[in-house]
Design a protein around this ligand. Structure first.
Ligand code: COA
Length: 156
């Protein structure tokens, strides 16, 4: 399936607030919502992060209609490195190779347009789909950052 990335936009909140309330998506992520998220919450969140410095956020879109299904982003962008994050909010789209394509697209963008040479991420030790995805895309295990959290690094 064809995957494209485009900048995240405020209107994406109308899709993404639904995903915030699917606990299966956030079981192993660093920032799971602690309450039910409504549209206003999500709009406020998107406005805040889009105004943020040192981060680049993209919508993952698939198919001919470029349907929005998840987010991929870099945060803590510094001179040479940045932190990577990804989720696919539409669970019916998991396991189709979309996460891999979105990751490779963002890694290529990081090198070509941001001039970065290292991307790192943190992942829960039990998040097997994510760990496999990261290894497949060139991330190498760096070490434990906490008891349950692994750090991976990809050299660009
Ligand atoms: C992690 C996530 C983005 C993976 O996206 P995806 O599109 O399903 O991944 P892909 O289909 O590209 O799979 C990439 C590789 O991951 C592995 N993988 C994917 N789903 C898997 C599963 N359920 N179990 C084990 N391995 C899996 C496979 O090795 C796969 O490569 P292969 O198909 O060539 O064997 C998706 O599961 C997700 O959004 N999870 C919830 C949010 C999350 O945990 N984000 C990461 C936080 S660190």
């Amino acid at each position: 399936m064809k995957v494209v990335l485009r900048p995240l936009k405020e209107l994406d909140a109308y899709s993404s607030y639904h995903w915030r309330n699917d606990h299966r998506i956030w079981a192993y992520t660093g920032k799971a919502p602690s309450k039910n998220i409504n549209l206003e919450d999500e709009l406020a969140w998107i406005r805040t992060v889009l105004a943020g410095q040192n981060e680049k956020r993209f919508a993952i879109c698939v198919g001919k209609s470029a349907k929005y299904i998840g987010n991929v982003q870099l945060t803590n962008i510094a001179a040479n490195q940045a932190e990577f994050h990804i989720f696919i909010g539409d669970k019916s789209m998991h396991g189709l190779g979309i996460g891999s394509q979105a990751t490779v697209l963002l890694l290529n963008y990081s090198k070509k347009f941001l001039g970065l040479n290292e991307i790192y991420l943190y992942v829960h030790k039990d998040n097997i789909p994510a760990i496999n995805l990261y290894k497949k895309c060139g991330f190498l295990f760096f070490g434990y950052s906490t008891e349950n959290r692994l750090k991976f690094i990809c050299k660009l």
